[in-house]
Write a protein that binds this ligand. Structure first.
Ligand code: SF4
Ligand code: FES
Length: 392
């Protein structure tokens, strides 16, 4: 399979790794970049110009927390001036009404506000800080400005039973899209996986609720749901296929084909300080490595679905099978699928849920929440989370 190389559709601009939240499923790498490593605005402005020239349509300004950059309004303006559709992926902190108005005035097209749950207690536990009340304030401010709004709920075992309340929150807001994205198990989420994976019963119930909501809200709010990989029969086409649609720039300027690519050994990543975006897209080693189908092993190599899911996720293949070129182990055709089934069997056994700390999935180094006491939920004791720190 060799398809002509087309330009990326979107640029994911991780403008900082700094963040006031400490989410236990953060997709950032375990080794975070400090402020001193961050690209200055003149380099980002050039990158946005190059992206637009190369045919990119959209810039997703994300992090960390992009609002942690004092020059975020200028970054929005630079991306908009380049002709890109500008989306801000944010926790809503630190933000006030005047700063939001300035962002919109600078050309912000879309804002995606993340929630860690529908209840303050759960949200604070998952984010390791007190952020929920601020998010509710941001929802009110968003009603007064002209910007497209998406609410994003990252779903896992601790909050999947709050879907009805999450939907109510979305319905009371100005959002036209709500995304229920099950945790993807890389980075911090992989380290906390044992406590995040939903049970089969929870998943089945959530699918019923979301199907009904999709029908009921049709034409008003688009309801999107990303199923947890581990329960799927076939894997997702991660990033729409390696080096096919998306390009991610880290805070220090490395260009990556996906969020977690830097965990893959022996991949060389070019930096936007030294190379143009087009050069990186067309020639960099990292983008070439798993593009197309030449790298595939069996069963992907001869599978009819290889042009739909592109063999799944390379990072997941590394984490679960130890080989980034292997068929994604969540695929039912993968010889490594039994590893995933063992994880799910352990999780879904009642003894595991009654005694969560007895599971063989328990991760290694863990430390306590930076700001919160040891609250518990009614269904399970509060786990010993590994919280993401805030880099200097
Ligand atoms: Fe996809 Fe490979 Fe599984 Fe086929 S074998 S469904 S291409 S991951
Ligand atoms: Fe890296 Fe899926 S996260 S390929």
């Amino acid at each position: 399979m060799t398809e002509p190389l087309v330009h990326p559709l979107a640029l994911i601009a991780e403008v900082t790794h700094r963040c006031p939240l400490h989410c236990v499923y953060c997709s950032n790498p375990l080794e975070l970049k400090n402020r001193a490593d961050e690209l200055p605005i003149d380099v980002w402005s050039r990158v946005f110009q190059e992206a637009a020239t190369a045919g990119v349509l959209q810039a997703d300004l994300t992090g960390g927390e992009p609002l942690a950059r004092p020059d975020i309004i200028d970054l929005v303006r630079a991306a908009r001036s380049a002709g890109l559709y500008v989306s801000l992926i944010t926790s809503g902190m630190p933000l006030d009404e005047a700063r939001l108005a300035n962002l919109v005035e600078a050309g912000l097209d879309h804002l995606q506000l993340s929630f860690q749950g529908a209840h303050e207690e759960t949200a604070n536990e998952i984010s390791g800080t007190k952020a929920h009340a601020q998010k509710l304030r941001v929802l009110e401010w968003l009603k007064k400005v002209r910007v497209a709004v998406t609410l994003n709920f990252v779903i896992h075992r601790r909050n999947i039973d709050q879907l009805e309340e999450m939907l109510q929150l979305a319905e009371s807001s100005s959002a036209t899209r709500v995304e229920f994205a099950n945790v993807q198990y890389y980075g911090w989420a992989f380290a906390n996986r044992e406590h995040l994976l939903p049970t089969r019963a929870q998943l089945d119930h959530s699918l019923e609720i979301l199907k009904q909501a999709e029908e009921r809200l049709r034409g008003k709010i688009r309801v999107e749901f990303v199923v947890p990989d581990y329960y799927a029969k076939y894997p997702k086409a991660c990033m729409g296929g390696w080096g096919r649609k998306l390009m991610l720039i880290t805070p220090s300027g490395d260009a990556l084909p996906c969020h977690a690519a830097q965990i893959i050994p022996n991949l060389r990543f070019d930096n936007v300080r030294d190379h143009s975006l087009r050069d990186i897209w067309e020639t960099s080693d990292a983008f070439q490595q798993f593009r197309g189908a030449d790298w595939m092993q069996e069963p992907c190599k001869t599978c009819d679905r290889r042009t739909q899911d592109f063999g799944g996720c390379r990072c997941q293949a590394l984490l679960l099978a130890g080989d980034p070129a292997a068929t994604d182990p969540v695929c039912s055709l993968s010889p490594n699928r039994p590893k995933v089934d063992t994880i799910l069997a352990s999780l879904n056994s009642s003894s595991h849920l009654a005694h969560p700390n007895s599971s063989p999935l328990l991760v290694g180094a863990q430390h306590a929440a930076p700001h919160l006491g040891n609250q518990t939920t009614p269904q399970e004791p509060r786990p010993a989370w590994l919280y993401r720190p805030n880099p200097a």
